[in-house]
Write a protein that binds this ligand. Sequence first.
Ligand code: VG1
Ligand code: CO
Length: 577
Amino acid sequence: FMVTRKETTPFEGQKPGTSGLRKKVTVFKQPNYLHNFVQSTFNALAADQVKGATIVVSGDGRYFSKDAIQIIIKIAAANGVRRIWVGQNGLLSTPAVSAVIRERVGADATGAFILTASHNPGGPHEDFGIKYNMENGGPAPEAVTEKIFANTKIIKEYLIAEDIPDVNLSVIGVSSFDGPEGPFDVEVFDSTSDYVKLMKTIFDFVSIQKLLSCPKFTFCYDALHGVAGIYAKRIFVEELGANENSLINCTPKEDFGGGHPDPNLTYAKELVARMGLGKSSPQGEPPEFGAAADGDADRNMILGKRFFVTPSDSVAIIAANAVQAIPYFNSGLKGVARSMPTSAALDVVAKKLHLKFFEVPTGWKFFGNLMDAGLCSICGEESFGTGSDHIREKDGIWAVLAWLSILAFRNKDKLDGEKLVTVEDIVLQHWATHGRHYYTRYDYENVDAGAAKELMAHLVNQQSSLPDVNKIIKEIGPDVPNVIQADEFEYKDPVDGSISKHQGIRYLFEDGSRLVFRLSGTGSEGATIRVYIEQYEEDSMKTRRDSQAALAPLVDVALKLSKMQEFTGRSAPTVIT
Ligand code: VG1
Ligand code: CO
């Protein structure tokens, strides 16, 4: 093939957010838009990460992925990349990409382009996304994403091998091409086998299989038409013997069936109904255990029969039980970490178990450094993300296997008995010993970007006087305790010393309650304001209240303190999780 230099001009706004560049498909389809971003990424990497390198390219299969993969192949070839690995049909979950970089090609693989907009809808008028992951299998750190963004603002040309024909992505095998600098290969490989192999080294599949084959234990998994479906079939059905009809929406679709592939109580409707948590009563007895994933399968929602497990509780419970229940952790945990807005349930576990503990900004890239330095084994975010140092992304299927492992462990001697220990039992027990962190998140989506900025500026301004803040709070809720600290979260990475500022506005109350305000970095239109509300209850007699009722006074304070309705015109959030 020949290498052509194409002139181009910069596009505005190609700044990678919390997890890559996410825009409407119509934006990505503009001539040169994707080309510019890919070339800017290559220009931001060290020469040896491009020339002669092996790069993985795949994603959650959303609309425009197949076109994007062909374009990236041609630009990579022209930039001197030696080899491109593509999952069959262009499919690889985000955690599987991380696993492939780390496990399969080992030292050879220098990184990956992951094509996903995660939990955002897909289709011709919805979202597409792209992010670059590094040789450790984790998202590019801020130093790299900033360099990419800087490059997008000055780009003048990109390189492309236009005469490489489109590669058939549906057939496993290698296509080889001769370029000016030598051979170039595109290898299409099985999307699931490396990931399945890794999961088998972490979990005790035999004990999970026993649990799943127990007639009293019923199971349901909803992939929301995302890429998780192909892993669910392989792992839950083929490896672990679950019944095929326990899987719903497990065939990946380019538009996720028109739905919103976000595993929460609002969007995972079908699963929520089946589990007895919907408005109408389910057909028949709900399953004992249910779970869902987002589009790229890095998120998870864990449900018991008529019971919702808050993600912040989920990571705390996994951490509390991991050493006994999961072989990978048998020799102990190196440490645990959570993102700042995630509830402090994990903190309590860390303290009791004398574990190293870290609080990092939102976004998985911050956990990677801790894991690479051997400081952290398990981490999680309130946004339905949980994972461990087996890879450098959050991992939706892993979280389900972790919960199944805990259930299998707790029920080891009960499979032939009368009653199993349930998801609800495990959570109630956890609250009884550790206290409960009531938690909720309010999202205001697609708010006017200027109004959102003003709201945040108003809060920062207000924070300069704590007495004033407390005066306002007393007027709103006389029973709400005092704020003892109000600031913007700033993080100094303990490994490389890098500092990330403006990572969310915090109000810390004297009873351990917290309010956090952040602007989302994953949306593709307008701004999304997130309000995180948390209250700690240590008294084991008071841990079983309805969380919205328990949090109502604090919610009221949050909305009035921020003048939410005044700034945004919204009287209610778009989504409550
Ligand atoms: C959101 C979540 C954050 C998560 C990120 C990527 O970011 O809040 O916790 O890491 O999505 O998840 P933001 O900036 O919109 O709040 V995924 O599954 O979209 O890669
Ligand atoms: Co995701």
